[in-house]
Ligand binder design. Sequence first.
Ligand SMILES: *Cc1c(COP(=O)(O)O)cnc(C)c1O
Length: 219
Amino acid sequence: MIKNQLFNVRKDIPDSVTLVAVSKTKPISVLKEVYDLGERIFGENKVRELVEKHEALPKDIKWHLIGHLQSNKVKYIAPFVAMIHSIDSLKLLKEINKQALKNNRVIDCLLQFHIAEEDSKFGLTLLSAKELLESSEFSEMRNISIVGLMGMATFTKNEEQVREEFRTLENYFHVIQSHFFKFNPSFEHISMGMSGDYKMAIEEGSTMVRIGSYIFGTR
Ligand SMILES: *Cc1c(COP(=O)(O)O)cnc(C)c1O
């Protein structure tokens, strides 16, 4: 079952798009099954669950933190996390930089943008992102690398709205890239698209899809 779903997803995704298998709430045994099918990138939205799964599973897994992150929890994941998708403030980025330095690492991060109409979704605006990237504090950070943007579309059946929100994020990517990362090839990712909308996200320029329930079943 999971095997078929994973193969279906892989078939839908071009080689240039990275799959993050979102394994939140699923038990270790199920992650191991997907690991044995070759998947090496897993996404979790809670720090404690991420740490427990990292401890229990093979160490060649790349763990992505995709959910909201509180500054006081960064220290638990800084030793191993491969990417953090949810940067929504300078304060959080400063803490990640500090903890990465302690671990002698450079941590890949995505700036999370607010593209949905719901107020509940976290994220930056184009203005607040520019302020962050123009700050002297940001320019001094050596232990984080901004590798792109992330966003979540509104949870709606209105496909045109979702597509419009993906287009907005893709447009922000180019604006931010041309202003701040013109000569930095590491700035390359647009993390958008989940189980219900990943095909559309890829059509609109996604380079990284975060897929949970379509692979693992409903939570
Ligand atoms: C849970 C989650 C996903 C995956 O959602 P599905 O609809 O299960 O594919 C993707 N991104 C974030 C930020 C999530 O919290």
